[in-house]
Design a protein around this ligand. Structure first.
Ligand code: MSP
Length: 506
């Protein structure tokens, strides 16, 4: 049986249209999913939409629609974008689906049955846009500490989750599992937060109606984060524990942005503890993008729309830039000049040129029929070794979610390929028929190194890799074996590759 790998993105709010921040998490998760499939895992990749709550209700009122009409309309934009971005999710969950609503009611009821959800009364400062209550001391200058908007005092009857009860158990879990929360700096922040003391959490609202009612008391709507987080198991069919839930839970990694780490590393694990269910193996929080040095926001009108980027630069250039430009886990800045620079140097120049030069030579010198390698010289063995080492390095970096380092390691092999051409000078070898075997070996090594490179790159740049592998005459089913040197057989048909990435003139 194949080992399993379950990866999730956050489910996105439908009161906003997709932007580059959403695309970022989703592309990273896609790379992970595609890579693990290459490595022979049985992968389940989940994404979806978060459709309940006051924000969606308000946005719908403003748009003159019902919340479900709004959700139906906006969810299509997310789904269309994922299609264009080549996202290979296995499932898309919407929190308005029956499977989700049933699962949420069930788990709420279970925790209530165990006495860890109880009815009480609440009075605190509430930030409507963030749907979060804050204590007096958490406010900054009387405003929401997250978004800096005004808050209002709200008093309501509410169901509470006994989160305080799980403080020590959660801390012990985090201590015992150093990789549970990543990156490390974020883990430390969460530990400090928990040590300040966990209060019981209000998990129902009576101030709006768009959501899942509390079982047995439908004046109350289940708190949107309780509802949303549960998607990670309702999508697997929970409470039915036999099917996908039994197969894929606990999740290997929840990929999220740093702003929602507390929900994923404090609330969610304690809900699961209360329900008696296993905790996620890893929660990884990535950083935030600014745009040309500024916070991305509607009011600044600088929101980067991924469709516009794809139209202009192509899907793989966008995927590449997002994961190459900034180490995953740190904040980064999006700028058009940086993107163009990456496209022209890394894509058009390095990888694109290498493939078109090499395939053109194979066509010119061998009529497009891949020759066999005969005796390997040191320089050939060095290229082979570099390629093989890259495969191992990439594996390690991907396990660390270090996507930009993985790409860097791949690009070192691409540079080595370009240098190999300069050093071996195939055009000089071609002048003398006595060098025919030598030329054959050089061509084989050059093309095989790129075959492996594009094979592994298919996780990052699926469209490009498919084109490249086709021109390298590789059409075998994807499997881990494809990472090994020697996959290309003599006699394969090589066709001259067109430019993978046209240069951008600006
Ligand atoms: N619905 C919740 C998540 C529930 S998960 C159970 C939510 N949705 S969201 O649509 O507002 O945001 C989703 C993700 O987009 C978050 O991971 C967030 O970090 C990410 N980003 C939003 N703006 C971003 C940037 N400017 N840069 C990078 N990621 C950003 O939160």
């Amino acid at each position: 049986m194949k080992p399993t790998f379950y990866v999730t993105t956050p489910i996105y709010y439908v009161n906003d249209v997709p932007h580059i921040g959403h695309a970022y998490t989703t592309v990273a998760a896609d790379v992970l999913a595609r890579y693990k499939r290459l490595m022979g895992y049985d992968v389940y990749f989940l994404t979806g939409s978060d459709e309940h709550g006051q924000k969606v209700e308000k946005a719908a009122t403003t748009a003159g629609e019902t919340p479900l009409e709004l959700a139906d309309r906006v969810v299509k934009r997310f789904q269309a974008l994922w299609e264009r971005l080549g996202i290979s999710h296995n499932d898309f969950i919407r929190t308005t689906q029956e499977r989700h609503k049933n699962g949420v009611s069930q788990i709420f009821k279970d925790i209530m049955g165990k006495g860890d959800i109880y009815l009480g009364e609440y009075e605190d400062w509430y930030c409507t846009p963030c749907e979060t209550f804050w204590t007096e001391t958490q406010l900054i200058d009387g405003r929401c500490p997250d978004c800096n908007r005004p808050v209002e005092k709200l008093k309501e009857e509410s169901y509470f989750f006994r989160m305080s009860k799980y403080q020590e158990q959660l801390l012990a879990h985090i201590e015992a599992n150093p990789d549970f929360i990543q990156p490390k700096s974020k883990r430390n922040e969460i530990i400090s937060f928990i040590k300040e003391g966990l209060r019981d959490l209000s998990v129902s609202r009576t101030t709006f109606s768009w959501g899942i009612p509390v079982p047995g008391n439908d004046r109350h709507i289940i708190y949107v984060w309780f509802d949303a987080l549960t998607n990670y198991i309702t999508a697997l069919g929970y409470p039915d524990e036999t099917g996908n839930y039994g197969r894929y839970w606990p999740v290997d990694v929840h990929l999220i942005g740093k702003d929602i780490l507390r929900f994923h590393s404090v609330y969610w694990p304690t809900f699961l503890m209360a329900a008696g269910l296993p905790l996620p193996k890893k929660v990884f929080a990535h950083g935030w993008w600014t745009v040309e040095g500024q916070k991305m926001s509607k009011s600044l009108q600088n929101v980067i729309e991924p469709n516009m980027l794809i139209d202009k630069y192509g899907v793989d250039a966008v995927r590449y830039f997002l994961l190459r430009e900034v180490p995953f886990g740190l904040d980064g800045d999006f700028s058009h000049s940086a993107l163009v620079q990456r496209i022209n140097s890394d894509l058009a120049n390095d990888i694109g040129n290498l493939l078109s030069r090499s395939t053109a030579m194979a066509v010119k010198y061998f009529g497009g029929i891949l020759p066999a390698a005969t005796e390997m010289a040191d320089i050939d063995l060095a290229l082979k070794q570099k390629t093989e080492e890259m495969v191992a390095t990439v594996d390690k970096f991907i396990d660390e979610m270090a996507f930009s380092k993985a790409l860097q390691a791949i690009w070192e092999v691409i540079s080595a390929g370009n240098k190999y051409i300069d050093d071996t000078a195939p055009w000089a070898l071609a002048k003398d028929p006595a060098n025919r075997d030598r030329l054959a070996t050089v061509m084989y090594c050059l093309l095989e190194s790129q075959r492996i490179t594009h094979f592994i790159l298919s996780a990052f740049l699926p469209t490009t890799a498919e084109k490249a592998l086709a021109s390298l005459g590789w059409n075998e089913a994807v499997s881990k074996a494809g990472m090994a040197w020697g996959g290309l057989s003599a006699g394969a048909t090589i066709t001259k590759a067109e430019a993978l990435f046209p240069r951008i003139e600006e």
